[in-house]
Design a protein around this ligand. Structure first.
Ligand code: HEC
Length: 196
């Protein structure tokens, strides 16, 4: 989905454009439109919209954003095919290691808290596997991990990692939907060298 990229316009360019729009609206005797544009300019350019990570968006913004994200992910991942055997135990363990290295600090795991950085993000990363994953298929998980989610803390791993590593971690998550704390601890004890 392409969105208008306001980031490349400077504030003065934005102001000029807004002023032109206001002038046009006045000429067409569209007073309400003019008032609306003035209000919007004040609201956004003068910092009245609170972007802090501790004050949640209004719920309606949250809901809209979440369903946009979900639809976008599902639409984009539909054409993918899974190139690996999802029942291959080696891939699962590889995915577990990737998860520990790259994801657990934000998403946590059964019996494992996210790091302070992960907990400080807004929107908060869902706790895996218990939250959110039910909405997503294996292909969805791969697509999100590869492409990230705009304007959230969710990074895109596609620019830096080979697809093979991304599939491994996606397969691990997909297969771990019902993982218990005890099972996760077993994985850590068995496959993490520096873990005690
Ligand atoms: C820096 C923190 C951070 C890291 C590291 C991170 N994520 Fe995320 N992730 C997020 C946030 C925040 C969201 C929620 C975005 C939203 O609300 O739309 C998210 C969303 C997701 C989602 C979609 C779930 C949903 O509700 O939209 C998946 C799947 C996911 N991450 C997988 C991973 C995987 C796999 C890794 C490791 C390779 C990873 N993430 C690493 C922060 C992170």
């Amino acid at each position: 989905m392409e969105s208008m990229d306001l980031g490349t316009w400077s504030e003065s360019e934005l102001l000029t454009k807004a002023l032109l729009m206001i002038e046009k609206a006045f000429k067409r005797k569209k007073l309400l439109t003019a008032v609306f544009i003035v209000a919007a300019v004040f609201y956004f350019l003068f910092g009245l919209y609170d972007v802090s990570a501790t004050r949640p968006h209004p719920t309606i913004v949250n809901m809209i954003f979440h369903s946009i994200t979900e639809r976008s992910i599902q639409r984009n991942s539909a054409a993918l095919t899974v190139p690996y055997d999802v029942d291959d135990g080696k891939i699962y363990v590889k995915g577990f290691r990737e998860y520990e290295e790259m994801c657990v600090q934000c998403h946590g795991a059964p019996g494992v808290e996210p790091s302070p950085s992960g907990k400080g993000l807004f929107p908060e990363p869902p706790r895996f596997p218990e939250e959110e994953l039910y909405e997503y298929s294996l292909k969805d998980i791969f697509w999100v991990t590869k492409n990230g989610i705009k304007m959230t803390g969710m990074p895109a791993y596609g620019p830096t990692l080979k697809d093979e590593r991304i599939w491994a971690v996606a397969i691990f998550l997909d297969k771990s939907r019902n993982l218990s704390e005890a099972e996760y601890k077993k994985l850590r004890d068995k496959y993490l060298k520096n873990h005690h």
